[in-house]
Ligand binder design. Structure first.
Ligand code: C2E
Ligand code: MG
Ligand code: MG
Length: 546
């Protein structure tokens, strides 16, 4: 069991050592000074003797009743038998005079010490309450951070370590708080013997410990911590194993540290160790990326609420008339610090969370209101949105999308959904049935990035699809590589036979365009016609391409 009093006393002693020395110096100088002052100004008859209360009170309050009493006694003697009533006539004081003063001095010195000690005890009690985990009685992270802040010696290498006790939660639920508390205390004791006065440990939450200590070699220390945690814990002679993950980070000598930030890095490392089933992870590039990704996901949640997202629109051109017939809505994220973030940098991350549903709904709602606004300006254009496979496999997605469109005044035929071939192939049967519901409502379905996966068109013909979008890696090579041109040609022909329209993505040059027209491609999209634009720029572009 941790000795809380002793633990806190160590911290408090550490922080108070300095001012104790200063107080002693002050008393050592001020008491003789007041003696001199009283003597020089004519003796005890005059008012200056009251100055002596200052060192007596300070001694009592800062050094306790013992020193308060002693200072009062010395001061009483100096201003008593040793001090004349009048220094010019050298008349002595009546004993009753100085005895009474000495008693008053002693009372003041003693009582100020007594009350300040009571106050310190209360203070210690409060500190105890917020410095320890209430269940395990292990110092918590507040105590640890306190310890780190008061570390004066930064001229040694140090390490910060996060230790996740993965089975602590279940242990607590299964065995009860008292056994859990013994379990955690035993782990703490093992680690403490390793830290051996060169650092400190704090518990955060039910299952996490943070450790800070001086270190010679982070790898050795991580291994030692690993070995230490691998020991079985015996409670009432029953052995229990500790399931743990460790993340560590070294702090070079002389470097100032922001402890909370450092522990966020080691937490990420321990998380990484936990996910990848590694015994310990020393903070590295992989963890950094993972941490950045998690931060990006967290920021995205706020981005949705704070309106940091917006849509840009890229026109799609009908190759028979060379006029725009539709638009593709593409998401953009204007991060307040990181600036513009493109979808390729965050869509994959967001797809790992439920946020992808909020994103798609956001895009759909914005897209529908855009079609509506554009229609009022007399442009009849379709608008496509990109959806993720996670959307498709969400039970409510197809009905939600149908509801949103039917509530609006927009014709479902004007709304197009783009989904990639690779996404469909993750679960072809389920994809088919979800797509069918959307298809039956008249909403257009496009197969995006066609050609980047491995499925044949013959296989894809079983899916309810209206449009095939040939990926830009083919279109970019069409005018230079005859073989690619041949592939595109046969893809277009086969797609037509299956009843699909074909869109060429990424048309960048006049040659690409000419080839595509020659091959009978129906529609095209690409920088040659227009880059994705904000709504206001789109209106200008449309007015120039009526
Ligand atoms: P995508 O659906 O295939 O969109 C076409 C991408 O190609 C867009 O990139 C567009 O800016 C770019 N592009 C268009 N024409 C050309 C060209 O001529 N040359 C080149 N080099 N690029 C061209 P963007 O906007 O960065 O989007 C990348 C991908 O991110 C999209 O590929 C789509 O898969 C995804 N995405 C974009 N917005 C959303 C969204 O709202 N939801 C979801 N789930 N995914 C989105
Ligand atoms: Mg697309
Ligand atoms: Mg594409």
């Amino acid at each position: 069991m941790v000795n809380k009093q002793k633990y806190l006393k160590n911290i408090i002693d550490y922080t108070t050592k300095n001012y104790k020395v200063i107080t002693f110096c002050f008393i050592f100088i001020s008491v003789p000074f007041v003696y001199w002052l009283v003597y020089a100004t004519g003796g005890i008859t005059y008012v200056y003797s009251h100055t002596m209360y200052i060192p007596i009170l300070i001694a009592g309050m800062l050094l306790g009743k013992k020193w308060g009493f002693l200072t009062a006694l010395i001061a009483g003697i100096l201003l008593g038998p040793l001090m004349p009533l009048d220094t010019i006539q050298m008349t002595q004081q009546e004993p009753i005079n100085y005895i009474y003063r000495i008693v008053i001095f002693l009372l003041i010195g003693y009582l100020s010490g007594f009350f300040s000690e009571r106050l310190k005890e209360k203070n210690l009690l409060i500190k105890q309450m917020y410095s320890f985990n209430q269940e395990t009685h292990i110092p918590n992270t507040t105590a640890l951070l306190d310890y780190i802040i008061n570390q004066k010696n930064t001229n040694v290498n140090r390490i910060t370590v996060s230790i996740y006790i993965n089975n602590a939660d279940t242990f607590r639920d299964a065995m009860g708080v008292s056994t859990y508390s013994k379990f955690m205390q035993a782990i703490y004791a093992n680690l403490n013997s390793l830290v051996n006065n060169s650092g400190s440990i704090g518990q955060s939450g039910v299952s996490k410990l943070w450790l800070f200590m001086s270190s010679n070699d982070i790898k050795d220390d991580a291994k030692n911590i690993y070995n230490c945690l691998s020991q079985l814990i015996y409670i009432d002679h029953i052995p229990y194993y500790v399931d743990f993950s460790v993340g560590a980070l070294s702090v070079d000598a002389g470097k100032q540290i922001n402890s909370l930030e450092l522990f966020s890095f080691t937490d990420a490392s321990a998380n990484f160790a936990q996910m990848n089933k590694l015994p310990y992870v020393i903070y590295n590039e992989d963890v950094f990326k993972k941490k950045k990704n998690i931060e990006l996901i967290r920021a995205f949640r706020e981005a949705l609420e704070k309106d940091e997202l917006y849509l840009v629109f890229q026109p799609k051109i009908d190759l028979k008339t060379l006029k725009p017939y539709g638009l593709e809505a593409l998401i953009r994220w204007k991060h307040p610090v990181l600036g513009l973030i493109m979808p390729n940098e965050f869509i994959d991350l967001i797809e790992e969370t439920q946020l992808i549903h909020s994103l798609t709904k956001y895009v759909l709602n914005k897209a529908i209101s855009t079609i509506y606004q554009i229609e009022k300006l007399n442009y009849l254009l379709s608008l496509s949105i990109n959806i993720s496979v996670k959307n498709l496999f969400d039970k409510n997605f197809s009905s939600d999308i149908i509801k949103i469109i039917s509530k609006s005044k927009v014709n479902p035929k004007q709304v197009e959904i783009e989904i990639t071939e690779t996404a469909l192939m993750l679960n072809p049967e389920e994809s088919k049935s979800y797509l069918r519901k959307i298809y039956d409502e008249g909403i257009q379905i496009s197969l995006d990035d066609y050609g980047t996966g491995y499925s044949s068109l013959a296989y894809l013909s079983a899916f309810p699809i209206h449009i095939l979008k040939i990926d830009r890696i083919f279109i970019n090579a069409i005018s230079e590589k005859p073989a690619v041109k041949q592939i595109v040609k046969s893809t277009i022909e086969l797609a037509h036979q299956l009843g699909y329209k074909v869109v060429a993505e990424g048309v960048e040059t006049k040659e690409d365009l000419d080839d595509l027209i020659e091959l009978g491609c129906d529609m095209a999209q690409g920088y040659y016609f227009a880059k994705p634009m904000k709504y206001e720029d789109l209106l200008i572009w449309l007015s120039n391409h009526k």
